[in-house]
Design a protein around this ligand. Structure first.
Ligand code: B12
Ligand code: SF4
Length: 607
């Protein structure tokens, strides 16, 4: 028999509430509501790579297979089949288990992930035994080693997690990967009652990679592509672990090859943890964007403990001031939110000026304490479907003060208000980078790292700037139009007049935006739900030496048209970089050039 097969649930994944793909986080959540400037993107599943890279046996990982792809692989005969699911995919997970039992009765089924622990909480032991042989409710790498009878104490390492990508749908409907990812740690000690990760890892932080290992991945990623946009450091509350992130920051800052002019990361953190830090010190770790859960001001009086540290407004303003972008995350549906106070809550959130945003509804995920309490009170509907156990389905929770449809309406209105108040997320990203540039340029004589960080903000602002004109022309109202003009003036004040090349791109983006508007009238973009591409990762053992890639990847359904399109885009990127070089050479005598020190080709991330 072959060794190990790992797979996500089979696709195509069901579209969710807004008719969006749960994998396209930019479109579904982070930049939703920004009209033609809502971004699109894709993310990959990480669990299987962590397992595959840390076991001794060879394995194959199927990411987003169709039913027939999965069954074809199962028929090859594997000793172990590891499956992972989110709650909203549990129905598919159950079907897959049944299919494996029927077609490959000798294969042992190992389940893991949040959906699997949801299943565990809602099925009898007998039912579970019929579906699987093992169910992992903890860190999965050590668990899988244990299942295989391997040494569980060996140190862990991973690299080359597939890159996430984002763009604008009008520029690239299939964004190329531009964000490398690493899992620093799993879990969180804070034990919030609605949170799945804290429950999964028993309120502990499980360290997966040391700061040195994370740093090595940064180096590898930037060596492969010096125009790498951002690095995603996956952890639950990065700034809680002061020593860890201080050490990572030191390594990134003191790096002489790239340093803070290039290295930067996206992370998640809480207001409480960030309150221990000065915002400048946070920027000096290389943090460029932070995902922040925004607790309701009414939460403290309703069983969620008083907030400690700074208030949200102080944190968001402080971060933006030093060039750290934010993804503000707000939830609706708590018992303490009423029709009267929820509007105040939402307006408070909008006032924070989040750079990116996530508005979701409260969902009791089994087996979190919130779910258990609600189940015991009879507040989970019996007819709840697994596909509704998600950020948008509400998990069958009977709401205290709002109608079901009201919750959806509040979320949609929130997204719309954010756009109509602040303009598109890309404009906000540009603005925050200009603030960071101004801050660190003013102080650059004090610290050489400040100068590096200023270069980072300059690079980002330079590449976002050409989209600004289109966001001004197609702004949702005159107030936002004026804000776009203010951002333009700020750019020119700080960085000088745009170059000829930027003006050329600006015209191109504006034309393309006009066309996108027309296209949207004829066929609203909301109709286009992304379908994830099936990928097959092959892990042979022994693995190649780091920094070589530990897997080979196949795209079984990739069409010739898609490959040609990818090739054409790469050629366009090269051609535009050539034009950029020529225009730089022609305009080289200009003193206040915004592209001074910026490597050519940084605009390319959107193509
Ligand atoms: C990045 C991310 C995403 C990305 C990519 C997903 C991914 N890479 O897994 C995207 C945007 C696609 C995403 C989507 C969603 N997400 Co998400 N996501 C995350 C985030 C921030 C990191 C996930 C990650 O990569 N972790 C690192 C990996 C290595 O950890 P892991 O997946 O937990 O896997 C470990 C173990 O669980 C276990 N394991 C997992 N699978 C298996 C399988 C086997 C066989 C074994 C043995 C072990 C095992 O081993 C792994 C290594 O220890 C987490 C929060 C967090 N920090 O974990 C939320 C989180 C997982 N997401 C969540 C949710 C709800 C969703 C959505 C359902 C939201 C929605 N739209 O409704 C969708 C569902 C997507 C879908 N497939 O349908 C929740 C889950 C909550 C819960 N259920 O209890 C989380 C915990 C956020 C939160 N705190 O609320 N997500
Ligand atoms: S602070 Fe965030 S990650 Fe930690 S338990 Fe609470 S919700 Fe979960």
């Amino acid at each position: 028999m072959k060794d190990v097969l790992l797979s996500t649930t089979w696709g195509p994944f069901h579209e969710q509430f807004f008719n969006t793909s749960p994998i396209d986080i930019m479109n579904q959540r982070f930049s939703r509501g920004c009209d033609i400037f809502s971004m699109n993107g894709h993310l990959h599943m990480n669990w299987a790579h962590l397992i595959a890279q840390n076991i001794d046996r060879p394995s194959v990982f199927l990411e987003y297979p169709r039913k027939e792809d999965f069954l074809e692989e199962v028929d090859k005969g594997y000793e172990y089949i590891g499956l992972s699911a989110f709650h909203n995919q549990v129905d598919d997970l159950v079907e897959m288990c049944k299919a494996v039992r029927a077609r490959a009765p000798r294969s042992k089924i190992v389940l893991g992930g949040f959906g699997a622990v949801g299943l565990e909480a809602t099925r009898t032991q007998e039912e579970l035994d019929a579906l699987c042989d093992h169910l992992c409710h903890e860190e999965g790498t050590t668990y899988f080693r244990w299942v295989l009878g391997e040494n569980t104490d060996r140190p862990m390492f991973h690299s080359h997690l597939p890159k996430w990508g984002y763009s604008l749908p009008m520029l690239n409907p299939h964004p190329v990967g531009c964000i490398p990812v690493v899992v620093g740690s799993l879990g969180c000690p804070n034990a919030c009652d609605f949170c799945g990760t804290t429950e999964m890892f028993q309120h502990r932080r499980v360290e997966i990679m040391s700061p040195e290992q994370v740093y090595r991945e940064f180096q590898r990623a930037w060596r492969e592509n010096p125009n790498t946009l951002q690095f995603a450091l996956l952890e639950e509350d990065t700034f809680q672990n002061v020593e860890y992130v201080q050490e990572l920051g030191r390594l990134l800052r003191e790096d002489t090859e790239f340093g803070l002019g290039y290295f930067n990361f996206y992370c998640l953190s809480s207001v409480r943890s960030m309150s221990q830090w000065s915002f400048e010190d946070m920027a000096m770790t290389g943090c460029s964007t932070v995902f922040v859960g925004v607790e309701s001001k009414f939460a403290g009086d309703n069983g969620y403990g008083k907030k400690e540290g700074l208030c949200h407004k102080e944190v968001f303003d402080g971060l933006h001031h030093v060039g750290i972008s934010t993804t503000g995350a707000w939830m609706v549906g708590f018992d303490f939110q009423t029709r009267e106070n929820v509007e105040e809550d939402l307006q408070d959130f909008i006032d924070l000026y989040p750079t990116l945003q996530q508005l979701t509804r409260v969902c009791p995920f089994p087996p979190t304490p919130m779910w258990k309490a609600m189940r015991d009170e009879g507040r989970i509907r019996d007819d709840v479907k697994w596909e509704d156990v998600s950020f948008y389905g509400g998990g069958g929770m009977v709401l205290s003060n709002l109608y079901e449809h009201e919750v959806g309406e509040i979320i949609e209105r929130g997204y719309k208000l954010l756009y109509e108040t602040h303009g598109a997320c890309i404009a906000r990203m540009l603005h925050v980078n200009l603030m960071g540039y101004e801050h660190f340029m003013e102080k650059r004589h004090r610290n050489r790292f400040f100068e590096d960080r200023a270069l980072y903000h300059k690079r980002l602002a330079y590449s976002f700037f050409p989209i600004l004109k289109a966001m001004e022309i197609y702004a949702p109202n005159s107030t936002v139009r004026k804000k776009m003009k203010d951002i333009r003036r700020m750019y020119i004040r700080l960085m000088g007049e745009p170059t000829e090349f930027q003006k050329m791109l600006e015209q191109g983006f504006t034309l393309r935006s006009g066309l996108a508007r027309l296209q949207d009238m004829l066929h609203p973009a909301d109709n286009n739900v992304t379908e994830e591409a099936f990928k097959k990762y092959i892990y042979d053992k022994p693995a190649p030496e780091y920094p070589d890639c530990p897997y080979k990847v196949e795209y079984p359904h990739r069409t010739r048209g898609f490959s040609l399109n990818r090739q054409a885009r790469a050629n366009l990127r090269r051609a535009l970089t050539g034009v950029e070089r020529v225009t730089r050479w022609v305009g080289r005598s200009r003193q206040d050039r915004p592209d001074a020190g910026v490597a050519p080709g940084s605009f390319g991330m959107f193509l």
